[in-house]
Design a protein around this ligand. Structure first.
Ligand code: SAM
Length: 291
């Protein structure tokens, strides 16, 4: 039998099951086995690795994961795809499909049920583009016992996640992701390898979880508030953004200026020039003034 991710087999599966795409669920299916194999290569799966997939669709990526991982657990929101997946993945005994919105799923519990304690686990997905960042944040903030995530997304989003300080893509999203992971765009993907073709280009990003967050701060929530405030208006200086937007700590502008200077950060710099380590130092310096 041919792989699922070929134009003819995909067309045949869709026709046989009378499936119609739901744009609102970000349904763009991959029809190129080479692209899929490269995605799976980047996940560096061993025969004992467990794979978690989000949004299996008709099983194009699931099939390639099933061939190389010990087991695949896939979360799919669209009930109409369940009988199709039961059909297309029938030859693979190491796949479990869970009918659930990944944003509402108890992934810790699924991991406990489906994998062994201490097993190497990777998340691999061609993500629905309308919820890429909420999904990534859920996976990272839930502090799941995973090695990392290899995910396809809109290229523009991937560029922001992996951006370095001083670039126009660098912002609070880059910092939040890089706080938890080492982020790298590993591949760009043309729109021609999907049905239907999306109207944006795509990229695959690899996020490898850091053993410790990139900076050790006194208060994580406050650190993220400082970061978000610093980027509230990109064209404004750090001092202006902090004095206008730092809701949980209101200090006179002069005092804020003094704290920035003591920390060795020029108040006239823009947020986009600060490294994550500098944001850590700044957040801790400001935190000492919180009651
Ligand atoms: N993995 C397949 C492939 O590569 O061909 C399909 C990828 S398609 C871009 C995204 C998939 O995610 C669709 O199957 C869609 O139904 C599913 N999906 C959308 N929102 C979801 C959610 N919140 N939770 C779980 N699956 C979701």
């Amino acid at each position: 039998m041919k792989d699922i991710a070929t134009p003819n087999r995909t067309k045949d599966i869709l026709e046989r099951h009378g499936f119609s795409f739901k744009k609102s669920l970000g349904q763009n299916f991959l029809i190129d086995t080479n692209v899929l194999n490269r995605i799976v290569d980047f996940a560096e799966l061993g025969p004992d690795t467990g794979a978690i997939e989000i949004g299996p669709g008709i099983g194009a990526l699931t099939e390639q994961l099933a061939k190389r991982a010990q087991k695949v657990v896939a979360f799919e929101i669209d009930q109409r795809l369940l009988p199709i997946l039961a059909d297309t993945l029938e030859p693979y005994e190491n796949v479990s499909v869970i009918h659930s919105d990944i944003l509402k799923a108890d992934v810790h519990e699924a991991i406990r049920q489906e994998f062994r304690e201490g097993q190497d686990i990777m998340v691999v997905a061609n993500l629905p583009y309308y919820v890429t960042t909420p999904i990534l944040f859920k996976l990272l903030e839930d502090k799941l016992p995973i090695r990392g995530i290899v995910a396809m997304m809109q290229k523009e989003v991937a560029d922001r996640l992996a951006a370095a300080p001083g670039t126009k893509e660098y912002g609070s999203l880059s910092i939040a992701i890089q706080y938890y992971t080492e982020a790298e765009t590993v591949m760009t993907v043309p729109r021609t390898v999907f049905v239907p073709q999306p109207n944006v280009d795509s990229a695959v990003i690899r996020l490898l979880k850091r053993p410790q967050p990139l900076v050790q701060v006194q208060d994580e929530a406050f650190f993220f508030e400082v970061v978000r405030s610093s980027f509230a208006q990109r064209r404004k200086t750090l001092i202006n953004n902090l004095s206008n937007n730092l809701g949980s700590l209101s200090l006179p502008k002069e005092q804020l200026e003094g704290i920035l200077q003591e920390t060795g950060i020029d108040p006239k710099r823009r947020g986009e020039t600060l490294s994550i380590a500098e944001f850590g130092k700044l957040s801790d310096a400001l935190y000492t003034h919180k009651k």
